[in-house]
Design a protein around this ligand. Structure first.
Ligand SMILES: CC(C)=CCC/C(C)=C/CC/C(C)=C/COP(=O)(O)OP(=O)(O)O
Length: 560
């Protein structure tokens, strides 16, 4: 039982707990890019033409859902294709109107696909993804008298796959979806060897990464290549998806080039070589949260905030001594350039950058003649994170092992999701109203669930490496000590906390949401990102596992 060896040593005042982090994978790879404006214009023009044609396909005629349900089903297939191909953002209004119309009529038109597991599961997933709480009771028709799923459906590959994806939209107490998950997972695994290569690829991918928990832009890039091989594909949709992907990629490349140069010119690492060098990854994370072209400023602010807070995190966790960190905590609470004098030499450029970057955001927002209240919320969020870093520093110095409750109260702040969500909102313009920022500050359940997932998954993955350097205690250690259990048992319990938090998120995504859905979706996207990056290890510290996605999103365009 390794929980017996959990007493923490006290931290000597002068020790620097160096992380020895792996270097950046990228060098100057993304630092030069010239936008081909002619090509961009050509793509944009074609997107506009295709967009109009697809809009016509989305119009719901008066009789559409009354025609025996056929058109309703067709529309749902179309909506799903647009979403999976990553172009639904071009039809947000049309899709919303369509679903609003279809949902109340679902009972009426769904009898036509009464026994069609694929179609029912598709409707269930898409309605719920849009916040319409379609009841899972409808799946009972596929169960026997004992409440078990009928074996007859196990050979329906598309139905099984569709139901499997639908189970990730579950809310609390929906036991039928727990059963559906186990049934479809086992069924798909055994079907896989007997499928054609395209179907086998789809099943393998779904078992590795469900749609609901995947990063939208990464999943879209993957799905375009799947859809291309689908015999029932719509050529118009495929072309729109490919061209729009390349068009948006050009804009992302330009932004990434700006970020890469900014990071290089800033040259902070020559003063503080101990920090993780992850500017490209941070841009990728921002794209995961909001990839749409109109959110360029949000990506910029979010990326720079991630880089900045990562520098602070490494300073607290992997370099600063107790006294130095105390000074830094005080200076951040003052938020005043005059406080720089009280800092040790290596901390001065960090502090200066923190305040300057923040000022830059303010200027950017004012230049767009937008709101000016939002940046203040970001400043407050930084101060709160730093106060909680300080609590960790105190615990470490004293060798104090906090309880699980104390750990979560502090670590749900230091995991930085509230700060990063605030940063994303700051860049999203007018939809981020003062009420939206106040909502964020009220610790809404969805944000708490997002932070819980990030914190717990981070603790599980990082306890392996951080224990080796007398680091701050992870939740795994707290749980083992508090409940007297082994490491695998503690991890098992923590994984249940994560699953539970995902269900909270599903519930919070149901209509009506307290603030604009477009904002709430960012919290979901943050959660998806954390789940993907920390799936098998600490993918931020060990960046190899994100490499293929970064190349697919910013280097390889799609052959047209
Ligand atoms: C997907 C992803 C990583 C997104 C977050 C973006 C980002 C750079 C956040 C900054 C905070 C941070 C470094 C957290 C994880 O590191 P850590 O394990 O050192 O955190 P800890 O010290 O709080 O445990």
């Amino acid at each position: 039982m390794d929980h017996l060896s959990l007493e923490k040593p006290t931290m000597p005042d002068t020790l620097r707990p160096l992380g020895n982090f792996p270097p950046s994978l990228w060098g100057d790879r993304f630092s030069s890019f010239t936008l081909d404006t002619q090509l961009l214009e050509k793509y944009s023009t074609e997107v506009e033409v295709l967009k109009e044609e697809v809009k016509d396909m989305l119009v719901l005629d008066h009789d559409d859902v009354g025609d025996g349900g056929k058109s309703g089903a067709e529309k749902m297939v179309l909506i799903d294709a647009l979403e999976r191909l990553g172009v639904s953002y071009l039809f947000q209004k049309e899709i919303e109107e369509l679903l609003e119309n279809m949902f109340p009529k679902f009972e009426e038109y769904s009898h036509v696909f009464h026994d069609n597991l694929f179609m029912l599961s598709l409707h269930f997933r898409v309605f719920r993804q849009h916040g319409y709480d379609l009841s899972s009771d409808a799946f009972e028709r596929f169960t026997d008298n004992n409440g078990e799923f009928k074996e007859t459906i196990s050979s329906d590959m598309m139905g099984m796959l569709s139901l499997y994806e639908a189970t990730f939209l579950k809310t609390h107490g929906e036991d039928i979806l727990d059963k559906a998950f186990c049934f479809t997972k086992a069924g798909l695994e055994s079907l896989k060897p007997h499928l054609s290569s395209n179907l086998a690829e789809q099943v393998t991918h779904a078992l590795y990464q469900s749609l609901q928990r995947g990063i939208p832009r990464v999943e879209a890039r993957h799905y375009i290549s799947v859809y291309e091989k689908d015999a029932s594909r719509n050529e118009k949709l495929l072309r729109l998806a490919k061209i729009d992907f390349n068009r948006v990629q050009m804009l992302h490349k330009e932004e990434l080039c700006h970020i890469s140069r900014w990071w290089k010119e800033w040259d902070l690492r020559s003063h503080i070589p101990y920090v993780r060098d992850r500017a490209v990854e941070c841009f990728f994370y921002s794209t995961a949260v909001c990839f749409e072209p109109q959110y360029s400023l949000a990506r910029l602010i979010l990326t720079k905030t991630m880089i900045m807070i990562s520098v602070l995190d490494d300073t607290y966790d992997a370099y600063g001594t107790y006294e130095e960190l105390k000074c830094f905590t005080n200076a951040v609470q003052r938020w005043d350039m005059n406080a720089i004098d009280q800092l040790p030499k290596y901390m001065k450029p960090i502090y200066k950058a923190l305040l300057n970057v923040h000022d830059e955001f303010y200027q950017e927002i004012m230049a767009k003649k937008e709101i000016n209240y939002s940046v203040q919320y970001l400043e407050e969020a930084y101060k709160e994170v730093v106060r909680c870093y300080d609590v960790e520093t105190e615990w470490l110095k004293k060798g104090y092992m906090q309880t699980m409750e104390e750990h979560l109260a502090n670590a749900l702040v230091t995991i930085t999701s509230p700060l990063l969500t605030t940063a994303a909102f700051v860049g999203m313009g007018e939809i981020a109203t003062p009420e939206a920022f106040q909502w964020l500050q009220s610790q809404p359940r969805i944000l708490m669930a997002c932070s819980t997932i990030f914190r717990v998954i981070n603790d599980i993955q990082s306890c392996k490496t951080e224990d080796e350097r007398s680091h701050v205690t992870t939740g795994v250690d707290c749980y083992m000590k508090q409940y007297g259990v082994s490491r695998p048992e503690a991890i098992g319990e923590l994984l249940k906390i994560i699953e539970n938090a995902w269900i909270d998120i599903n519930e919070e995504m149901m209509r009506p949401t307290m603030i604009s859905r477009d904002l709430v979706i960012r919290v979901l996207n943050f959660t998806r990102l954390y789940g993907v990056v920390y799936k098998y290890n600490d993918g931020y510290t060990q960046p190899e596992c994100g490499k293929d996605s970064i190349i697919a999103l910013y280097e390889d365009s799609i052959p047209i």
